[in-house]
Design a protein around this ligand. Structure first.
Ligand code: C2E
Ligand code: CA
Ligand code: CA
Ligand code: CA
Length: 276
């Protein structure tokens, strides 16, 4: 039994070593990628479900790594956060997004995701203002998406950051709504400009779980009504879900039904075809 235990210990160690090496390579890759401009914005359409028209685009980070190919943010964002590089990474992406979006029709908004860590940077709001001025971009066209995890600690700090961003005219959306632990009183005391219903609820609609899924969405829509906060439904994957949502209220929506996230060039082509 002892021998077996030692063996197991050995394999555990070997696994750890392997993981550490992968992690080190990932970190080195992120550093290199950052200085080589390998992090680029992709864009997902945000549709006004009532008119069917493009209202905006959500910027989603991609890492175009020469070694590894296209890497999604779930892999590199948490690591960049731990490395203390999320601010630099995000700054690059946001500036690129503002520069891209300044070529779009001026009615089209751009949404960016930020990490809780960034909200705790006392200079964050000022930095955003600086970027807006530099790219001659109206604050009203920029939306910042934060997740409920931002609300877990230091609510006072978060509130003052949100307030100073909104005072500049930037809009703040609460992302992945319904999956976190934000209490309704927090929602009332923090000024949000939009709630984004998490795609897990939207996905349930057409998956037969329709009954309970639509009840939750109905509840979020009437909450939004009561607080006068507009709503976006995320993760619309098919026509059936879209039709159900259209009947439920005046929503914006996004999801793979409208296509996968696209590069800036693809967005420009799409908008040119639409005359926007
Ligand atoms: P999110 O903000 O909730 O973004 C939506 C994610 O769902 C995106 O994944 C998008 O590609 C995916 N998605 C969109 N429509 C559908 C659909 O119909 N079905 C399904 N199954 N998925 C859909 P992505 O691009 O991998 O991003 C994952 C998360 O990474 C984002 O979740 C966001 O929280 C975070 N993220 C992305 N870009 C950034 C960034 O620049 N900074 C920070 N801090 N986080 C970012
Ligand atoms: Ca988002
Ligand atoms: Ca989301
Ligand atoms: Ca998410």
């Amino acid at each position: 039994a002892k021998k077996q235990g030692r063996n197991r210990y050995f394999w555990f160690e070997a696994g750890m070593e392997h993981q550490l090496r992968l992690r080190n390579e990932l970190e080195a890759g992120i550093r290199r990628g950052l200085s080589n401009g390998e992090f680029v914005p992709y864009y997902e359409q945000q549709i006004d479900l009532h008119t069917g028209e493009i209202a905006g685009f959500e910027m989603l980070a991609r890492w175009i790594s020469s070694d590894l190919g296209i890497i999604n943010p779930d892999i590199f964002i948490p690591v960049a956060e731990e490395m203390g590089l999320i601010g630099d990474l995000s700054d690059q992406l946001i500036e690129q997004a503002l520069s891209d979006a300044s070529h779009w029709d001026p009615t089209i908004t751009v949404s960016v995701n930020i990490s809780p860590i960034q909200l705790r940077d006392p200079w964050f709001a000022q930095k955003m203002l600086k970027f807006l001025v530099k790219h001659n971009f109206p604050a009203q066209r920029l939306e910042i998406e934060i997740t409920e995890t931002c609300l877990h600690e230091n609510l006072g700090l978060v509130r003052s950051m949100i307030t100073s961003l909104r005072n500049q005219g930037i809009r703040i959306s609460l992302d992945d709504f319904g999956t976190g632990y934000s209490s309704l009183s927090q929602l009332q005391s923090l000024p949000f400009d939009r709630l984004k219903i998490d795609r897990s609820f939207v996905g349930d609609l057409a998956r037969g779980g329709g009954e309970s899924g639509s009840k939750i969405i109905d509840a979020i829509i009437s909450l939004g009504d009561g607080l006068s906060i507009p709503i976006t439904a995320e993760g619309i994957e098919d026509e059936e879900t879209l039709e159900m949502l259209k009947k439920m209220g005046p929503l914006k929506g996004q999801g793979y039904h409208y296509g996968l996230p696209e590069t800036s060039e693809q967005v420009k082509e799409r908008l040119t075809k639409l005359g926007r």
